[in-house]
Unconditional design. Structure first.
Length: 768
């Protein structure tokens, strides 16, 4: 594991640069990758080496033979030319005075030639006149046992060549001579010329065979060693596989940290713990340090602590980052080992995955904490003792009731010590609640010195201890006393009730008679109400006929269809008559509409309609009155709202509401009309800044003939039925009306109409 920055001086990790370590790791990875291929290629390389040596040796041998032959030919040509030159330079008279053999021997004696050279001196007829060795008298062809033409004597020196002379080969070189000589031929047996080559070839063959034997021996030894290494590797692989299986089953990993070189080896199971894949044989030191949680472990501080304390073994828990990003808990146990062969210090150990144990421990701790909090939160006094009567657990209620401080109720204190420090109890009675005497369970009541009562229940536990729960029953005791007093009072009351029973029976008979009279009066009232409604309906209809005539004639007089009235004051009177008639007609229409609603004779004709069309129609009817009072009307109405409702009923609703808004709004006031689409319908808001409605009258709003305002410019209060009619028609449409008002500020009326309306009949509305 490589260090990317300088370690502490006192630590054992060397100060090695990142580039050097990285190069070292890459080199080691390359060796680990190429080593199997190198092991397989060595036998092949040995065979190739032997073949190369053999081929090279044979090529060297044959090239050496050719070189020796060429050198022999050159030497032979030189000797031939030298002797021929010497013979041609001899004086002719000397040649005549001496024999040819003597001249040749004399010429040869001046030079030290090889003993295997053969010299042949012929005359002009081709007869050998002098030779060495002696074969005089023969022709050159018979002496060399070859065809004469093969010698190639044509008056010029010939180049040395190899001639087949009988059973042997000879190197022959011939040169022509001056008369009386014919030619000089020098020959050398090829075998004699190749004597040095043969000795050198024998030496090379011996060396080649020796090298081949040595390489073959080494190859065989390497093969056997490789076979044993393969078996050992196979055994090691099986052992490693079994170890990995065992480590994986145990959720742990093996690691070897070479502290001297900074290299860390991980087993495959270690990679599996962190969800990683093996990419190299070793992991760098800095990379492993980044996997550790900064709050749990730091390898630099750990090495410093290990070096300072001189510890030889460690046992530490820490968190490491998984590939998925989550943290897992590991428990590492390792021991420092020194290797004498490499003079290095290793930290070898295993890392065990304890994430599940940590989770269970946290869960257990949380459960224990919740149990303690639950025991602390209960209203009863709780205490748990072990088999040796020592305190295991108690809550503050127990300490409070027994007058104990927190230091007095420490865990592990004996029962006798705690009892000596607590307030003594006065046991009054034992209560039998179905406990088995042999089980050791019992329940009893005890009284404290301050007068409070406790009901204490003791139950044994499986471990030999027991648990005690004390409930404060002071209130129950007091309530029992009150119940006893109440019982005595009830007995007295029962006696009194028996005496008044006769009186109650007489009163019951009187109440029965009164109930019969109430039912009769109720029936008469309903009949009178029905008669009133029918009377109002009939009378309103009868009153409309003369009013139509009054209004019609007043309009004719006002417009002077048949001439002027004679005085301008009559015109004013006629206008008042028409206005009063219209006002009275509107009152009668309201009374008639209310009578129709109360009598249940109204019928709704539901059709698809646009809400903005109804509102525009209503606004056209009140815009004249609003302009007379200089009232500004702000309209914000959506055009995409379509209702399934009765058009006349919707028009009546908004006519009455808008008329009321104009009526109760002073001059130069303002009215806002807006629509809001909601989930189940539409809300229409009518807001004015008029006189407002008092809180006591707001509760009476909607009652027929009820006037909620008193200040109007024209002095006409109206029939008091407008809001009642609007409310009744809205409810018949399946909607509702809400009103918010403040005196002197104004009023807001919200009309909610459903889009998909569920209509109500008159009888259903009355029942609701």
């Amino acid at each position: 594991m490589a260090r990317t920055h300088t370690c502490y001086d006192e630590c054992c990790v060397p100060n090695t640069s990142a580039s050097t370590k990285t190069h070292s790791f890459k080199h080691n990875e390359m060796i680990n990758t190429t080593e199997p291929w190198m092991a397989r290629s060595i036998p092949t390389l040995i065979v190739i080496f032997l073949i190369s040596i053999t081929l090279g040796t044979w090529v060297n041998i044959f090239d050496g033979r050719e070189d020796v032959l060429k050198k022999s030919q050159v030497n032979l040509e030189f000797v031939r030319s030298l002797i021929a030159l010497k013979l041609d330079q001899l004086p002719r008279d000397k040649i005549e005075d001496h024999e040819s053999a003597g001249l040749l021997a004399e010429t040869l004696s001046k030079h030290n030639f090889r003993s295997d050279y053969e010299f042949y001196l012929t005359n002009e007829n081709g007869i050998i006149v002098a030779t060495l060795p002696d074969v005089a008298g023969k022709t050159l062809a018979s002496a060399l046992n070859a065809d004469f033409d093969t010698l190639g004597i044509r008056g010029t020196p010939s180049m040395a060549y190899i001639l087949q002379s009988g059973d042997i080969q000879k190197i022959v070189a011939t040169a022509p001579l001056k008369a009386p000589f014919g030619s000089l031929t020098v020959a050398q047996p090829v075998d004699d010329a190749l004597v040095s080559w043969k000795h050198r070839t024998l030496t090379i063959m011996i060396l080649m065979i020796t090298a081949a034997i040595v390489m073959a021996t080494l190859g065989i030894a390497y093969y056997k060693q490789a076979a044993r290494a393969g078996v050992a590797n196979l055994i090691c692989g099986r052992l490693s596989s079994r170890i990995d299986v065992a480590l994986n089953c145990g959720h742990c990993g093996l690691w070897d940290w070479d502290i001297t070189s900074g290299q860390v080896y991980w087993s495959d199971s270690m990679y599996d713990l962190l969800g990683m894949k093996r990419e190299s044989e070793f992991q760098p030191f800095s990379f492993i340090n980044t996997l550790l949680h900064p709050d749990d472990a730091n390898l630099f501080d750990f090495l410093k602590h290990l070096n300072e304390t001189g510890k030889q073994a460690i046992d530490q828990e820490f968190r490491a980052r998984h590939v998925s990003g989550r943290w897992i808990w590991l428990r590492s146990r390792a021991e420092v080992v020194y290797e004498k062969s490499t003079s290095s210090k290793h930290l070898i150990g295993i890392a065990l995955d304890i994430t599940e144990q940590k989770r269970l421990a946290e869960h257990t701790h949380a459960a224990d904490q919740r149990l303690r909090e639950a025991i602390e939160s209960i209203s009863e006094a709780f205490v748990l003792w072990d088999a040796d009567n020592r305190l295991v657990m108690s809550n503050s209620k127990y300490r409070q009731l027994h007058g104990l401080k927190a230091v007095d109720a420490l865990i592990g204190r004996s029962y006798s010590d705690i009892y000596a420090d607590s307030i003594p109890l006065n046991v009054h009675s034992k209560i039998t609640m179905g406990e088995c005497p042999k089980s050791g369970a019992m329940t009893y009541e005890a009284q404290l010195q301050d007068g409070r009562w406790l009901q204490i229940s003791e139950r044994p536990t499986n471990c030999g201890g027991y648990v005690s729960v004390g409930t404060d029953i002071t209130l129950l005791k007091q309530q029992g006393e009150r119940l006893a007093e109440s019982e005595r009072w009830l007995l007295q009351t029962v006696s009194d009730l028996r005496q008044s029973r006769q009186t109650l029976e007489v009163q019951a008979s009187q109440l029965s008679d009164l109930a019969d009279k109430y039912l009769l009066q109720k029936a008469n009232a309903e009949s009178a109400n029905q008669a009133k409604s029918e009377f109002l309906a009939n009378m309103s209809h009868e009153l409309r006929t003369p009013l139509n005539a009054i209004i019609g004639f007043s309009q004719m007089m006002e417009n002077a269809f048949f001439g002027p009235l004679g005085s301008e004051r009559y015109v004013g009177y006629v206008k008042d008559i028409r206005a009063s008639g219209n006002y009275l007609l509107n009152v009668i229409d309201d009374v008639l509409e209310m009578a129709r609603i109360d009598s249940g004779r109204i019928h709704l004709d539901n059709k698809s309609m646009k809400l903005n069309g109804s509102l525009e129609k209503t606004l056209r009817k009140i815009v004249g009155v609003a302009e007379d009072k200089s009232i500004h009307i702000d309209v914000r109405v959506r055009e995409d709202i379509i209702l399934n409702a009765d058009r006349r009923a919707v028009d009546q609703i908004f006519i009455h509401l808008l008329q009321n808004a104009v009526k109760f709004t002073p001059k130069n006031g303002s009215i806002r009309l807006r629509t809001v689409r909601v989930e189940d319908g539409v809300n229409v808001f009518i807001e004015d800044n008029g006189v407002g409605i008092t809180p006591d009258m707001l509760n009476k709003l909607g009652q027929p003939f009820r006037q909620v305002g008193s200040h109007m410019d024209d002095g006409m209060k109206g029939s008091g039925l407008g809001f009642s009619i609007a409310k009744s028609l809205t409810e018949l449409q399946g909607g509702r009306i809400r009103v918010r008002s403040r005196t002197g500020t104004g009023t807001i009326v919200m009309v909610h109409l459903p889009i998909a309306r569920k209509a109500f009949s008159f009888q259903q509305r009355i029942a609701a």
